[in-house]
Write a protein that binds this ligand. Sequence first.
Ligand SMILES: [Zn+2]
Length: 116
Amino acid sequence: MELKPYMGYSREAGSFEGAVLIFAHGIKEAKVLAWKEMRYDIVEDYMDVAVNRLWEKDWLFKDADQEKLKQGIAHVVISPTGCRSCELWGEELNDEGYCPDCEEEYKINKRGVRIL
Ligand SMILES: [Zn+2]
């Protein structure tokens, strides 16, 4: 069975406070891996672990451990490649490494309008 990408984070704190990228065969496996990775750090208890399937985000596979991916071994990526500006991940980054939100801002900045 193929590995699928999931995002794991604290239900209470929200994904902006820290999220890990998980490659797993199913949501249960993803949740167990998320818990092992984030317990006592990002999440307090198992009930607080939230896991979302990331649909149609094939570029996330670039961040996977390619060897484990090939062998079908579920694993966690603690620091996926994030946007150059806001450091968030989960959206496709452009060639310059910006997410769609920051790309918009960057274009405006290039036109000479400063946004602070
Ligand atoms: Zn960004």
